[in-house]
Each structure stands twice: as structure tokens, then as C-alpha cells.
Design a protein around this ligand. Structure first.
Ligand SMILES: *[C@@H]1O[C@H](CO)[C@@H](O)[C@H](O)[C@H]1NC(C)=O
Ligand SMILES: *[C@@H]1O[C@H](CO)[C@@H](O)[C@H](O)[C@H]1NC(C)=O
Length: 596
């Protein structure tokens, strides 16, 4: 093991000479290491902090992890002057002892009552001084203190049966963006509560703070809704359902780890299962042919079809009731009501829509969608006056059908068109969550999944200059290619925005749609790539000089992947282990500023 360190050390000294000690992920905004050498930590550090239950429980978890895992990162990015004192040099070990063992953690939190909601202060400081026996943590709120603990977890390492932090250290940290999340989809395939917990574990470690929970879709309806118990007849099975107890457990598990849980119920698009059990008449085109192989019959972007019937008045009552019941289950002040990928052909099958269009010859499909917005938004606002709605950008930007007017407090989630759509929406005065498919969709690049697909019946690789639906890029699937962690990390999603527009970007959420995801694969498709997003939205992708720090992030994310696995989250390997143990030996470019 020492050999690796020394090889890496020599290499780094010669090649770069920078000094970053253990590399927590996300990199803190400011971290200053001392030079005096490592400090030992007592195995029974004393916690002096608020009696607040959330803080105490989080501290116990962090300290248990430290003492149980006895984690040593494979390689630290640093010339480590401190490796000389140990393992066997008694004299220097005495010197280490004389530096004194850290025996206390002092935690000061200004306000332990602030709820975990959008915009809460998550800043913290963490200091271990040369001449003190304390770890000193300060935070404005509980949620900042929790982040301090996950940082501490990653900088305390085990070495020859001792716990130590490599150097005295001073960290001043806070996030760039207040929305930092991933999306799980429990409808295309079911995801169990246990596996959702696992995602939250990874989120907490990487300081992601929002779980966007796509609860329903056309394919299945797993969620128990109080007013309409029949909806879960469209769950995949009795076992693949989510009871109010399950939902509360997820919310509580998330809250305990600083993760908000924001529900999404898809409306009016992606809606068949569940709704049709309440009343088949409020669902359009459920029995139609979805695909565009016969264009006139095409009703849906993917099987199976179904959209809430906007022209049927009964729809609004049911939608409002579902919204009311579901928002009572959740504690967050945000609620996502879908709105993506509507198809006009679906509505052409509806007698209600046909009659509505005929009533007035100026009516179009765009005015039909405007009708939805004008009716549903005020109704839902009335249920929860201080709550904010989120919708997918399509509601304003879809070429197929879109509304022209949307209340400005509705948050737009941008997923198409990259930077141009982010600019379009922020310039129109909407707050935006970035989920650009070309950069952040974690489900892309695993091939197309629909059956009876002659495009795969190829004996030679298709001509790459003539991309077909399944070969939009190497790798297949509509949003191919696979988004590597570097593609995610390098994405400057506010490029070209004015300062005012930049302020409207609340952050980013990486979706993992689950057509090809269930309990078996969710964690390795999610991790460690979600951690690349986590750092991007916590402290950005550039160093103090504005230079992209992707090459340094490589070691961080490789180490972090090992740490996730050690914490029971089966994250995918990114490179041969050789690369982890030999920093930068697997780089494409020798020039360390090649990524600009
Ligand atoms: C936003 O996009 C829509 C739809 O493409 C377009 O009509 C509109 O002009 C754009 N607005 C801005 C401000 O770019
Ligand atoms: C390294 O790459 C950067 C960015 O392409 C370039 O500006 C710089 O000149 C390169 N340095 C060397 C030594 O080639």
C-alpha cells in the first residue's frame, strides 16, 4: 500500500506539486490544510452539541461509520509529508502523540428549528486546529451540521489501527445551488422502499438534498390514495405498492439525512394506470396503438398510451382529489404535476375533446392545453396556498402542444434542448430546475427497449453518418449515448445566461427513468455518476482560477465510489482499479489542463 502512495506521491510532486489532502466529495468551497502533520482522534470522541434529535442521530451515524469502516482512501491526492512519522518510526510516532489526540467534537448550531424546505441555509464550518483537542463545527441550521458530519466522515481515515486526520484543517462550506437532486421512477418498474433508502444514503454522503419521486405513470400506479383505494389495482402486484406508511418512512429517512422528498404525479400526460380505475372516462386513448410506425395511429411516446382527458370536467375533480390526498402525505412545499410529452393524436380519440374543439372554431390543441393550465393550477393552489408547483418544460415549449400563459411561480424543469431551453424559460421569468437529457439522464445509452424492433436486425454496423432512431449516437436508445460522469461534471448549464437569468436557475436534478431499472440495477446506474452532479451543483467544476478541475475530480470520484460500496451502496466501477491506485496514469491527455 505504501508503495502506491509513494509512486503517486513522486509522480504528483514532479508533475504538479499541488497539495490536496484527503479528498472529500463534493469538494468543499474552501478547504485549508495545515502543515504540522496528522492528528490522532480518540475512538470515543465526546460529542458536545445540541440535544436536537436529528443532529444527535446524524452524529451517531457518522461516528459509527467512521469507527466501523475504518476507511482509508486508496490514494490521497497529495504529497503527504506526514507519511514519514508512521507506521514504524517510534520517535516520530511520539511526535504525533505529542501533537495531542482530538477528543471532542463541539457542534454549534444557531437554529435547530428551521424546517427542511427549499432555500434552507446549509452552510457549515469545520475546524481542527493544531493546538486544540476539539473538532469545531458551526452551522446556521441542523441541515448544515449534517453536511459537516458527512465531510468529517470522509476526512478521518484509519491508519495502522488509529484514527487520524492528516493535517489540521479548516473548512468553510456552502452549496452553490439550493436544488441538488436525483429522480427515481417507481412506476415503469417498481422500486422498493429499501432501495429508495439506499439512494438517500448516497445522496446524503454526496450532499444531494432533493429526491424527486416520480410516483406514477401510464404503466403502473403503485401509490395508495386514500380517496381512491381502487387505483392500486393497477400496481404491478400487491407487493409492489406504496402505502402511506412507506411514504412517511421515506420522508422521515430523507429528512434525517437532509434530503427533501418532492412527489410527482404525472398529469395530464403519462396517465392511464390508476386513473382509469377511478373512471375510464377521464382517460383518453388508453386502448390505442402507441407507436409511430403507423403515424396516424401514434398516440404516445412510449407504450402504453393514456392521457387525462382535459375536456372532461370530471377529470378536474379526480385530479384535485388525488393531489389533495398525496400532498397531505408529503411534507415538502413543492409538488410536481408532470406535463410532459402530450400527443394530439391521443386527444383526437376523445369524444369530449372533439366536442370541445367543435364548440369554437378558434380552438386548437394549444388552447386545449391552456384550458388545462387555467383550470387546474388555481384549483391546486387553493388546496395548498403556500405550495409551489413544478412542471416539465413541455407545458410551455413543446412543439406538439403547449400553453402560452403559465403563472410565473410555477417552477419549470428543463430537460430538452440543453442551454437554449434553460435560457428561454429563465428569460421568461420562471425558476428552472435543470435536468437536460443530453447531459443528465442517467438511464440513457442502454439501447432501445421496445420489442419487435427490426432496426436491430443488422448484420453490419449502421452507417454512423446516417443515425437512425436507435442509433442517434453510439449506444442506442433515444437519448444515447450513455452520460459518463465527465459529461455530467463538465456541463456548464448557465452558459450564456444573464445575471438575472442565472439567479432563476435553482439547481439540477439527474433523472433515472426506470423502463430498464428496478431494485436489481438502480444503485449501479445511479452511482457514482450522481456524485458528479452532486459536486457540480455544490461547489462547481472549476478551481479558483476558473480552470475546469475535472482531472482532479477523477481521484475524488474514484475514491468516493469505493466509499459508497463500503457504505453498502453497490455503485458501478468507473475504471480499472489500477487507475484508482495510480492517479492520472489513465488520463487521455498528459496535459493536466486539457479540459478547459
Ligand atoms: C421560447 O421558445 C418558444 C417556443 O419555441 C418560442 O416561441 C419563444 O419565442 C422563445 N422565447 C424566448 C424568450 O426565447
Ligand atoms: C495544455 O492544454 C491547454 C488547453 O488546451 C493549452 O492551453 C496549453 O497550452 C497546454 N499546455 C501544454 C504544455 O501543451
Amino acid at each position: 500500500m505504501r508503495f502506491f502512495h509513494l509512486t503517486a506521491l513522486a509522480y504528483l510532486l514532479v508533475e504538479r506539486g499541488h497539495a490536496v489532502q484527503v479528498n472529500p466529495l463534493p469538494a468543499p468551497r474552501e478547504i485549508e490544510w495545515g502543515t504540522s502533520g496528522p492528528r490522532y482522534l480518540d475512538w470515543h470522541v465526546r460529542f458536545n452539541g445540541p440535544g436536537d434529535h436529528t443532529i444527535q442521530a446524524a452524529w451517531r451515524r457518522a461516528w459509527n461509520t467512521i469507527t466501523r469502516l475504518r476507511w482509508t482512501p486508496a490514494v490521497t491526492e497529495a504529497p503527504i509529508p506526514t507519511f514519514a512519522p508512521f507506521p514504524s518510526d517510534n520517535e516520530k510516532r511520539d511526535a504525533l502523540h505529542s501533537r495531542g489526540t482530538v477528543r471532542n467534537v463541539n457542534v454549534k448550531v444557531d437554529d435547530t428549528d428551521t424546517e427542511l424546505q427549499h432555500g434552507v441555509d446549509e452552510s457549515y464550518t469545520l475546524q481542527i486546529s493544531e493546538d486544540s483537542d476539539k473538532i469545531e463545527i458551526t452551522a446556521k441550521t441542523t441541515w448544515g451540521a449534517l453536511h459537516a458530519f458527512t465531510t468529517l466522515q470522509q476526512i478521518v481515515i484509519a491508519h495502522h489501527g488509529q484514527l487520524l486526520v492528516e493535517q489540521p484543517v479548516k473548512i468553510t462550506d456552502s452549496p452553490l445551488y439550493s436544488v441538488r437532486g436525483v429522480m427515481v421512477d417507481t412506476a415503469r418498474n417498481f422500486i422498493s422502499v429499501r432501495k429508495i433508502f439506499e439512494q438517500i444514503d448516497g445522496m446524503a454522503l454526496s450532499k444531494l438534498n432533493m429526491l424527486h419521486w416520480h410516483l406514477s405513470d401510464t404503466q403502473s400506479w403503485p401509490l395508495e390514495v386514500r380517496s381512491y383505494p381502487q387505483m392500486t389495482k393497477d400496481a404491478y402486484s400487491h407487493r409492489e405498492t406504496l402505502s402511506p406508511h412507506d411514504v412517511r418512512q421515506v420522508i422521515e429517512y430523507g429528512r434525517a439525512r437532509g434530503v427533501r422528498v418532492v412527489p410527482e404525479i404525472s398529469m395530464p400526460s403519462h396517465s392511464a394506470s390508476g386513473w382509469k380505475q377511478v373512471d375510464p372516462d377521464i382517460v383518453a386513448c388508453e386502448d390505442s396503438w402507441w407507436s409511430n410506425d403507423v403515424w396516424e395511429k401514434h398516440t404516445s411516446v412510449e407504450p402504453n398510451p393514456g392521457q387525462l382527458d382535459i375536456a372532461n370536467d370530471k377529470t378536474y375533480h379526480v385530479a384535485e382529489t388525488v393531489y389533495r390526498d398525496v400532498s397531505r402525505l408529503f411534507t415538502d412545499h413543492w409538488f410536481h404535476i408532470g406535463g410532459d410529452e402530450l400527443r394530439t393524436n391521443c386527444y383526437k380519440t376523445s369524444k369530449h375533446v372533439r366536442a370541445w374543439l367543435q364548440e369554437d372554431s378558434s380552438r386548437t390543441f394549444d388552447s386545449l392545453l391552456q384550458h388545462w393550465v387555467d383550470k387546474i393550477v388555481p384549483r391546486l393552489k387553493k388546496v395548498n396556498k403556500n405550495h409551489r408547483l413544478i412542471m416539465w418544460e413541455d407545458i410551455l415549449l413543446s412543439q406538439v402542444m403547449h400553453a402560452d400563459e403559465l403563472p410565473k411561480d410555477v417552477i419549470m424543469q428543463a430537460w430538452n434542448g440543453g442551454l437554449s431551453h434553460i435560457k428561454n424559460l429563465t428569460s421568461r421569468g420562471h425558476d428552472v430546475i435543470v435536468s437536460s437529457a443530453d447531459f443528465m439522464y442517467l438511464d440513457c445509452g442502454y439501447g432501445g427497449w421496445v420489442g419487435n424492433d427490426p432496426r436491430y436486425n443488422e448484420m453490419e454496423n449502421p452507417d454512423p453518418s446516417k443515425p437512425t432512431f436507435n442509433y442517434l449516437g453510439p449506444g442506442g436508445s433515444w437519448c444515447a449515448p450513455y452520460k459518463t460522469w465527465q459529461r455530467i461534471y463538465d456541463y456548464d448549464f448557465t452558459d450564456g445566461l444573464t445575471d438575472d437569468e442565472k439567479k432563476r436557475v435553482l439547481g439540477a436534478v439527474a433523472p433515472l427513468w426506470s423502463e430498464q431499472v428496478d431494485d436489481v440495477v438502480i444503485s449501479y446506474k445511479m452511482w457514482p455518476r450522481a456524485a458528479a452532479l452532486a459536486e457540480l451543483v455544490w461547489s462547481g467544476n472549476v478551481d479558483k482560477n476558473g480552470q475546469k478541475r475535472t482531472t482532479l475530480m477523477t481521484q475524488r470520484i474514484l475514491n468516493f465510489r469505493e466509499y459508497l460500496v463500503a457504505n453498502g451502496i453497490p455503485a458501478a466501477p468507473l475504471q480499472p482499479k489500477y487507475c484508482l491506485q495510480h492517479p492520472h496514469h489513465c488520463d487521455l491527455f498528459y496535459n493536466q489542463t486539457a479540459v478547459v
